[in-house]
Write a new protein. Structure first.
Length: 265
């Protein structure tokens, strides 16, 4: 296929990203149900043949910790890393999933660190970032690095609450900074998606210039934050607050006290 063939060109692609365990999957799966959207059934960074700049290439130790200071610079890419051969390779891979007159969509949480490079490769891209409560996400990072049923090959990765909170804080700091660099960019909150899916999803479709008719609005489990936060100890809550307070405040999340239980919020 040729990238200039009108039948297979990647035009106005949509990229979804956000800190791991923040709702990228449910947003991606929901948008993929739109009649004018098409894309792979696996995360974009897992597609075979991608260059290292677009993959999680450092191995399992960085699984769900890619934005941590120990690893971030290994994955962070900007327009300064533009490479024409890589661009052509990515286009060829994406075209395998492209269909005439449809919009290509993909999601990879770690695209949080690659979005500026992606924009240089696809200048007409649309980017959607999703942000979720840092206390809940930190719990999920620890739990799923220990054992993720969807990725059993990564089990047994011991993670401290400090590392998990750093991952959330750094990833969402970059998400915020992207507002200065990405031309077509929308940030949504996981909590808005699950509590008010209709308005939130319609706003996303409008942003992406997609038809609003005949789009089915799903319902979501709105108890997961409560469940995950309730598993945190007082020390863990205090640690997340200490590390991530500025970004929690920025996205209007309640700052929890170390002895405060979810039932008290």
């Amino acid at each position: 296929m040729n990238e200039f063939d009108p039948e297979c060109r990647i035009e106005k692609p949509i990229f979804i990203f956000g800190c791991c365990n923040s709702g990228t999957t449910i947003l991606w799966e929901t948008l993929k149900s739109h009649k004018d959207i098409v894309g792979p059934d696996i995360e974009g960074q897992d597609l075979e043949g991608l260059p290292n700049s677009m993959r999680h290439h450092l191995g399992k130790s960085t699984f769900r910790l890619w934005a941590h200071p120990k690893f971030k610079l290994c994955y962070h890419k900007t327009e300064k890393d533009y490479n024409e051969d890589e661009r052509q390779a990515i286009i060829r891979i994406y075209q395998k999933y492209q269909e005439p007159k449809k919009r290509f969509i993909t999601k990879s949480p770690a695209d949080t660190l690659r979005a500026r490079l992606i924009q240089s490769y696809f200048p007409d891209s649309y980017f959607i970032a999703i942000v979720r409560n840092g206390y809940a996400v930190s719990e999920g990072i620890i739990r799923k690095r220990k054992l993720d049923p969807d990725r059993p090959q990564f089990e047994g990765l011991y993670t401290t609450i400090d590392e998990a909170a750093e991952q959330w804080f750094r990833a969402n700091t970059i998400i915020t900074l992207h507002e200065k660099f990405l031309q077509r960019y929308k940030i949504i909150r996981y909590e808005d998606l699950i509590e008010n899916p209709k308005d939130t999803l319609l706003s996303v479709l409008e942003f992406c210039d997609l038809d609003l008719t005949d789009f089915s609005i799903p319902s979501f489990d709105n108890t997961l934050n409560q469940q995950q936060i309730s598993r945190l100890s007082g020390y863990e809550i205090e640690t997340v607050t200490r590390i991530a307070q500025l970004m929690l405040f920025h996205y209007e999340y309640e700052i929890l006290e170390k002895d405060l239980k979810w039932s008290d919020v």
